[in-house]
Design a protein around this ligand. Structure first.
Ligand code: MTE
Ligand code: MO
Length: 324
């Protein structure tokens, strides 16, 4: 399958300067001497990149129940399995969109555990199956938007985060939830210092408890492919994609606002809230429009990615230009 990067988005625009400048260094540090990485490095010098990548194999079916209440995308069609599994951001497996599909292919996620700590009654290391065993896995079709101004419509299979949080019994002091990605030797990208590993994200407790917020374990009725964050990742459809921390193995309830990875890396460019907002430009580009992967013409970006009815009230009184 051939993936073509939109010719009007240059690497220098879509990655922070530091990343762009250290691309060669990253590939060296990560030990990516295989054809994929070298090919990509050479090819990204051109405007249009043609690079063969394989989507994840189908075949691991989940028992899911469609939830129509949360699947209204106003007629916007779903992106294909191929698009969702070959155009990814997952820096632990490479900084180009087609690298995670290639480099996460053999990532082993068996016997996954999640360590729970901080302001809650149920602390400890829990096998993932135990944590989700009585839950219904719902299929919800969500509009997703990346800060780099591309977007997709994805049928996620997941569990409301609220029902997992309730099981863990947070204390009255828990104001935020912090979630981290596993730090695993199987990830070539963590040998480079483009980001401070592990990847960390956080939500205010009311954002985490909002009915839209889910932990996804699959898409299109199949277990989550590695490049999309197997075995479990956060999905918050009214926020920019970077909030959706992948392959979560730690949860901590905190009193103070956690410092999320992208805010730590470039605080002038990425905040804690990261609400999709066409009226607040990224310092290096406008956020007013977006390119739906698979479409040619750009779309207008919607406030809160179109989920304002359900989430705008969480932010009354907050200056969204300051709290981006
Ligand atoms: N651990 C980890 N989680 C991550 C990222 C990452 O690099 N590492 N990238 C984020 C960004 S910027 C986006 S847009 C989404 C992309 O999710 P997708 O590849 O499933 O579409 O994952 C987010 N979660
Ligand atoms: Mo993103």
């Amino acid at each position: 399958m051939l993936i073509k990067k939109p010719a009007d988005i240059r690497s220098s625009e879509i990655t922070p300067k530091k990343l762009y400048q250290t691309r060669r260094e990253f590939i060296k540090a990560a030990g990516m001497v295989g054809g994929a990485a070298i090919g990509v490095e050479v090819l990204t010098k051109g405007a249009a990149v043609l690079h063969a990548v394989q989507p994840a194999a189908h075949g691991r079916k989940l028992n899911v129940k469609p939830n129509p209440t949360f699947s209204n995308t106003n007629g916007e069609p779903k992106n294909t399995w191929e698009q969702i599994t070959t155009y990814n951001n997952y820096y632990e497996f490479g900084i180009d969109k087609d690298q995670p599909a290639e480099l996460a292919r053999n990532f082993k996620t068996d016997n996954w555990t999640i360590e729970v700590s901080g302001e809650c009654a149920k602390k400890g290391k829990f096998p993932l199956e135990d944590l989700i065993k009585d839950e219904t896995i719902e299929e919800r079709v969500y509009r997703m938007r990346c800060v780099e101004a591309w977007s997709m419509v994805i049928p996620w299979d997941g569990i409301p985060l609220a029902s997992i949080i309730k099981k863990l019994q947070p204390t009255a002091k828990a104001k935020y939830i912090k979630m981290s990605t596993a730090l695993d030797k199987q990830m070539p990208g963590i040998r480079s210092d483009v980001l401070d590993w592990p990847y960390v994200e956080g939500l205010r407790m009311d954002e985490a408890m909002n009915p839209l917020t889910i932990f996804a374990v699959g898409l299109y009725g199949e277990a989550l492919p590695n490049q999309d964050g197997a075995p479990i990742r956060l999905v918050v459809p009214w926020k920019y994609g970077f909030k959706g921390v992948k392959s979560i193995n730690k949860i901590e309830f905190t009193e103070k606002q956690p410092l999320n990875t992208w805010q730590r890396t470039a605080p002038n460019e990425y905040g804690f809230y990261a609400n999709v907002n066409p009226n607040v430009d990224h310092p290096r580009w406008s956020q007013a429009t977006e390119r739906r992967i698979g479409e040619f013409f750009k779309r207008k970006t919607l406030m809160f990615n179109g989920y304002g009815d359900q989430v705008a009230s969480l932010y009354t009184g907050l200056d969204l230009k300051k709290n981006f």
